[in-house]
Design a protein around this ligand. Structure first.
Ligand code: KIV
Length: 271
């Protein structure tokens, strides 16, 4: 039986069921109404309004500059488009690290002002108290471990995390803490496939990977990367399904030619 095909609305409970049935979870980012509509109609299980919007929508070098107000703007555009997928929104850098009350207030703003279904935040034991407080308000929380882009200035590079035993051990402990505290799912980013598989086996909650191999319970990619709208970013884990950068560039080139040559508009394209 496919859990995915049966449901009209994906909930956190549906994701748990999918894990228990061994059915992989599909997740993609979306940041605007038009793209979210396409992604939802295609049947995606989870839409992440990721703080990667800071990079792909706003052109920042890192995810750090995006604000809570901007995340709420993106999330509410996505919510207006989506009928079926579970919508998870990233708590942006600086909106939850201060203390658990700040974290709760930020999560409440996202849920109340955008209409999304859950929040995601980065980190392990250091954000445990904040997660507990957010959960007291009935807001589902997704964790995120491994390469956590909001800590890029601590890491120094975007290279694979937890290759060394010490860091791998810490990651496993953090994953167990996140499950115990009540996260409904966990994202693992850019860590060795074997480690990610072991974490997915140890946990009862779904583990969704990006650059974490095929042994986890689901996969997430940044939409703009998988359709080739971005073309300078080519990590090994990325599979591109389209080359939209090239296609759009050539369509725009053709339009410019048609305008300059007076080919557009023709007699049928005017009143
Ligand atoms: O912001 C984002 O797009 C993410 C994914 C990479 C998991 O957090």
């Amino acid at each position: 039986m496919s859990v995915h095909k049966e449901v009209k609305k994906v909930t956190t409970h549906v994701l748990l069921e999918m894990k228990h049935h061994g059915e992989k979870i599909s997740m993609l980012t979306a940041y605007d109404y038009t793209m979210a509509k396409i992604v939802d109609h295609a049947g995606i299980d989870v839409i992440l309004v990721g703080d990667s919007a800071s990079n792909v929508m706003a052109g920042h070098e890192t995810t750090l500059p995006i604000t809570l107000d901007q995340m709420i703007y993106h999330a509410s555009s996505v919510v207006r488009a989506v009928d079926r997928a579970l919508i998870v929104v990233d708590l942006p850098f600086g909106s939850y690290q201060g203390n658990s009350k700040e974290a709760l207030n930020s999560a409440i703003r996202i849920m109340k002002e955008s209409g999304a279904h859950a929040v995601k935040l980065e980190g392990g034991s250091e954000v445990k108290e904040s997660i507990e407080r957010i959960l007291t308000a009935g807001i589902p929380v997704m964790g995120h471990l491994g390469l956590t882009p909001q800590s890029i200035y601590k890491f120094g590079t975007y290279s694979v995390r937890a290759k060394e035993e010490d860091e791998a051990k810490c990651l496993i402990e953090d994953a167990k803490i996140l499950e115990k505290v009540g996260c409904f799912a966990l994202v693992l980013e850019k860590i060795p496939a074997k480690l990610a598989e072991n974490v997915a086996k140890e946990l009862t909650i779904p583990v969704i990977g990006i650059g974490a191999g095929g042994g986890v319970d689901g996969q997430v990619l940044v939409f703009h990367d998988m359709v080739g709208l971005t073309h300078e970013f080519s990590p090994r884990f990325l599979r591109r399904y389209l080359s939209l950068y090239d296609d759009i560039k050539s369509a725009v080139g053709q339009y410019i030619k048609d305008v300059k040559s007076r080919d557009f508009p023709n007699a049928n394209e005017q009143y």
